[in-house]
Design a protein around this ligand. Structure first.
Ligand code: B12
Length: 358
């Protein structure tokens, strides 16, 4: 992976590089064949995301993130009619932009990574075409899941309200409802979106329905809170995925934690002010998108610097950490857990170990 000077040069030039790649692609003589039926906006968005993503890969020096994400990129754009030939054309445009904009000594290690991607183009296509597993886990009946997912994508709130009623016989059902029903259903929604079998509007609608189900399920529960078990739960800055964090907040409350749930895309300043005011024992930060890792690392560093002696124990989790060991520690977190139940156990263990701060 490139040294710090190269990574910094990429970070500083990332928007200009993306603009140069936009220009190269929009003026390409075979533009129509390369991008298929899509508006150029979609491709421009890919260049912006690519710049943010590579910035994070270089910042963290994490090749695993790159290897894991490239087949997904090919799959998503391929499903939308983008030609596989677009990718080498695009990667060569990044190469050219780097050569033109970044001094040679800093550019060379970056170019080596782009050459690696170009050399592995066929392997990435092969990985992208490998069949994926369905989201139904061992605890989940595939046909029930499929029917539930269908109700989410068609916006059938009568069905989703009935599912909530059936599942939620008692407060202790909440964890099972969240982790065995809603979580796999949302993963399946993601798979359908990835394959362009549902629209972005349907993905939004499914999210809204799930949030409505969670609110209905949680409304039935009253749990006394322990005054010193305090946790702030939030998605990190720029992170729009908030359902996982929301589940953690609810499940901690069921266990007697006093939580402040800040939702999606919380600005760093607002989060710091909340920590200052609420003085939690634990901060749980949720990150889904790999392009949000760098700002999460910077946020954690700021919290440690700003909060000083009363810094909460910081746990991170979310999709991006799954299957990438060591990532949580590399952004400065004290711990991580794979799911919301694990997050609760970790918070409890920190509390019981006497890590509470007041
Ligand atoms: C719903 C959804 C959205 C909604 C979010 C709505 C909302 N209010 O939250 C919207 C439409 C906004 C959205 C936007 C985007 N999304 Co989206 N989205 C999803 C989807 C379908 C479900 C996410 C979800 O809620 N899952 C259910 C929750 C419960 O799971 P979870 O977040 O992983 O949380 C669990 C654990 O990870 C853990 N956990 C979570 N947080 C924490 C924190 C701590 C401290 C701990 C310990 C544990 C922990 O516990 C949770 C419960 O067990 C996923 C598919 C998927 N596989 O996840 C795609 C997905 C994440 N999205 C994706 C993409 C690409 C995007 C967009 C770029 C484009 C788009 N689809 O519109 C934008 C990016 C926005 C941004 N800047 O952040 C991709 C990401 C792929 C990748 N390689 O990174 C996915 C995987 C879809 C796919 N299969 O391609 N998305």
């Amino acid at each position: 992976m490139p040294p710090a000077a190269s990574s910094l040069a990429y970070h500083e030039h990332r928007e200009l590089l993306a603009a140069a790649v936009d220009q190269a692609i929009i003026h390409h003589p075979q533009l129509g064949q390369l991008i298929g039926p899509n508006p150029f906006d979609l491709i421009q968005q890919n260049h912006a995301n690519h710049a943010k993503f590579m910035d994070n890969v270089f910042f963290l020096g994490n090749t695993q993130l790159l290897v894991k994400t490239l087949p997904w990129v090919y799959r998503v754009y391929g499903a939308r009619g983008v030609s596989m030939d677009y990718f080498p054309v695009e990667l060569r445009a990044w190469r050219r932009a780097i050569t033109e904009q970044i001094p040679d000594s800093a550019a060379a290690p970056l170019l080596a990574v782009y050459d690696w991607m170009l050399d592995h183009h066929n392997d990435i296509i092969e990985a992208a075409n490998r069949p994926e597993e369905s989201a139904a886990g061992p605890a989940q009946d595939g046909s029930v899941l499929a029917a539930f997912v269908e109700s989410l994508v068609t916006g059938d709130s009568t069905w989703t309200d009935a599912v909530t009623r059936d599942y939620m016989a008692a407060p202790q059902d909440l964890e099972r409802f969240y982790l065995e029903m809603l979580d796999p259903a949302m993963r399946e929604i993601g798979r359908l979106w990835e394959q362009a079998r549902i629209t972005t509007a349907q993905e939004h609608m499914a999210s809204s329905l799930v949030i409505r189900m969670m609110s209905k399920a949680f409304a039935k529960i009253e749990s006394p809170t322990h005054p010193r078990k305090r946790c702030v739960v939030s998605a990190s800055p720029n992170e729009h995925h908030q359902i996982g964090a929301w589940m953690i907040s609810d499940l901690l409350e069921v266990r007697g934690w006093h939580t402040r749930f800040l939702g999606a895309d919380t600005p760093s300043e607002a989060l710091l002010a909340t920590l200052d005011d609420f003085r939690p024992t634990v901060l749980a930060l949720s990150v889904t998108m790999s392009f949000n890792l760098r700002n999460t690392a910077e946020l954690i560093a700021r919290i440690r610097q700003y909060a000083g002696a009363w810094t909460p124990r910081i746990m991170v989790g979310g999709r991006v950490f799954q299957d990438t060991p060591g990532l949580a520690a590399s952004i400065g977190a004290d711990g991580e857990a794979r799911d919301a139940a694990g997050a609760c156990l970790l918070a409890e263990s920190w509390f019981e170990a006497g890590d509470e701060l007041d």
